[in-house]
Design a protein around this ligand. Structure first.
Ligand code: KG4
Ligand code: ZN
Length: 350
């Protein structure tokens, strides 16, 4: 089963081809991240326009790589069994570009079309890595838009154990980066700065929320802001935009390290609790924040089993995770989407 996957939910235009949900045959990616960096966050109109410019060249590049790397000398489209596309959750304008492209390809090439949930797809990046995760599978999904603990009993049979009540963890990384004057995307830059900081320099709170497996990160973000304001000798009226120039380098490193420790401990505590209650065979981490090395090392120390995770480029948004989930949908005879009418769903839930 060979599926072509298309991902355009945010600022990455990703296309990939995956076989049997286990092997990545080709992939291509364009990102508008550097354009957004100037504004300190993703600008939806710029993201959508970039997808329009990139999508066809990226599909072509991926198909050429597919032919080249797999010694295909006839029409490579004849070797594709179906098209999978992220139809939610995400930015409307961005999702539209991917969905309309996939619908058009499915119609012209007469291929079945599979509608993919972006957050679920993040989990499936782990199926491309050996050893594959096993069910029951506990997944910690941590990205710029989501913080969730989901228990999969089997493919497509899952329960949402808990989720964030306000900001996603990746969003908190991005906001703390702004406070400390680090460029977008904040996550990797906070992680880099944290290496030179003292993770115990500042005392920051761990949020208490209703529900054993729910998260909250907005209080932590505000606590970081207050800490930074106090550190520079100001109060709550000190504008956050002044902080990057008022904080010295070591204070920035220490804030990054202290924030990262608490944010990561928060998700590790809940993952450990869920592991104790549900004794899954595998634990996977997924989403952009799964690239964080502090998360990987804290989980490795806390859990009695090895955690499955994908290489960093498969943790952040990409086409391979979409194609992988598409393979399982096709192999397990999931419903096919109508190429004439598949709609986007910007608020699609797990
Ligand atoms: O999954 P993703 O690419 O997009 C969404 O679906 O949201 O995740 C992006 C998020 C951003 O908030 C980014 O700052 C964060 O993942 N991120 C990281 C790291 N790499 C990316 N956060 C912490 N540590 C990292 N190394
Ligand atoms: Zn994502």
């Amino acid at each position: 089963m060979i599926i072509l996957g298309i991902e355009t939910s945010c600022d990455e235009t990703g296309v990939a081809i995956v076989k049997d949900g286990t092997s990545l045959l080709a992939q291509s990616l364009a990102s508008s991240m550097s354009t957004h960096a100037v504004y300190g966050g993703v600008i939806p109109e710029i993201a959508a326009r970039s997808h329009i410019e990139s999508i066809l060249p990226i599909v072509d590049e991926c198909m050429q790589m597919f032919s080249r790397e797999n010694n295909i000398f006839d029409d490579p489209w004849d070797h594709i069994d179906g098209i999978a596309v992220t139809h939610g959750a995400g930015l409307s304008g961005s999702l539209l570009v991917g969905v309309l492209t996939a619908r058009t390809i499915a119609l012209i090439r007469q291929k079945p079309l599979y509608a993919i949930n972006h957050v679920e797809a993040h989990v499936y990046a782990n199926f491309l890595v050996s050893p594959q995760p096993e069910f029951p599978l506990l997944s910690l999904i941590v990205s710029g838009g989501h913080s969730q603990l989901v228990l999969f009993r089997n493919h497509f049979d899952y329960t949402l154990l808990g989720q964030t009540k306000d900001d996603a963890i990746g969003e908190a990384f991005d906001k703390v980066a702004k406070i400390t004057g680090l460029p977008y995307p904040g996550g990797p830059n906070i992680a880099k700065a944290a290496i030179q900081g003292n993770p115990y320099a500042y005392e920051l709170p761990k949020a208490k929320v209703d529900g054993a497996y729910n998260f909250s990160f907005s209080g932590l973000k505000t606590a970081v802001l207050r800490t930074a304001q106090t550190t520079v000798g100001g109060d709550f009226r000190t504008p956050s935009t002044d902080l990057p120039t008022l904080l010295n380098q070591q204070q920035k490193y220490d804030i990054a390290a202290s924030f990262q420790r608490i944010a990561i401990e928060t998700v590790v505590d809940k993952t450990l609790k869920a592991y104790g209650e549900f004794t899954p065979k595998s634990v996977v981490i997924a989403g952009g924040v799964a690239a964080n090395l502090e998360l990987r090392s804290q989980l490795a120390k806390a859990l009695p089993i090895a955690v499955n995770y994908a290489p960093p480029d498969l943790c952040t948004d990409n086409g391979a995770m979409v194609a992988t989930l598409g393979c399982y949908k096709a192999m397990l005879n999931s419903p096919i989407a109508d190429p004439l009418s598949l709609a986007i769903n910007p608020n699609l839930k797990m």
